[in-house]
Design a protein around this ligand. Sequence first.
Ligand SMILES: [Zn+2]
Ligand SMILES: [Zn+2]
Length: 175
Amino acid sequence: MIPPNGFVSNRVLKLKVGFLLTQSLGTSREVDFDVPALGVADDLILAYLRGQIRLSRTREGILVQGELQTAVEGECRRCLAAIAIPITLTLEELFALHPHRGDTQFSVSEDAILDLTPLLREEVIISIPLAPLCKPDCAGLCPSCGHNLNLGQCDCPTTDLDPRFAVLSQLHDQE
Ligand SMILES: [Zn+2]
Ligand SMILES: [Zn+2]
């Protein structure tokens, strides 16, 4: 679990790219990330951010390419346990120098800052699975008493249980 406010600010995502803007087209620079918990929105905290991206000077601006590993906190859909959901972000996005309407949604600011925050926010949100599970065979909660069936069977009658759980309860009875 991430402690409240125990994350670093997104300042590390604001990259100074002025040095690259004065270089010839095609010049590139690698940027490494290995940062702990990081807030990219009021309600979106990345547990960590690791990996490498490449910034390349193009005619239009700066091309960002690379792969970053992160994880967000979520809840198992079946047993509601808090889980960390690992996410791999594959980035390939142009940050325009002189954005025209409808061209690209990302741009380099007038003071030559390339802020990755909005891109990461967007990529993470579309990558979060709709129904994360703590493990593929999570047994979930008992619909009657709410007992976490990953910890063993409860004392509820087993008549309405899924056949898979009936097998489990037989095994349990034999113990
Ligand atoms: Zn679960
Ligand atoms: Zn029960």
